[in-house]
Write a protein that binds this ligand. Structure first.
Ligand SMILES: [Zn+2]
Length: 95
């Protein structure tokens, strides 16, 4: 079961150090079904998600704050690559 308070604190500190703006912080809700981010101010996570997933979704939230919704497949893919890179860096530091 994900420790949401601890993950949020770690994710916000990490993203802040990377100068990725996630303010105002969205709500984060744990569900027993698939997680996603829907351009709404809420991130949904699975119970078995790790903190890296929260970091990844928060990067998508930051991308949305900065540039609005992805308008085409190429933009979506660029955002996916960027979010995955940040998640990988976070996981490397989270050991
Ligand atoms: Zn993604």
């Amino acid at each position: 079961m994900i420790n949401l308070a601890a993950c949020k604190a770690a994710a916000v500190a990490f993203l802040g150090a990377m100068h990725i703006n996630v303010q105002p912080l969205p709500d984060v809700v744990v569900l027993d079904r698939a997680g996603w981010f829907t351009n709404s101010p809420t991130i949904f996570l699975l119970e078995n998600a790790d903190c890296g997933v929260l970091v990844h979704e928060l990067v998508h939230y930051a991308q949305f704050l900065e540039g609005g919704p992805a308008t085409d497949g190429e933009m979506w893919m660029r955002r996916e690559v960027a979010a995955s890179r940040v998640e990988t860096i976070f996981k490397g530091q989270d050991k």
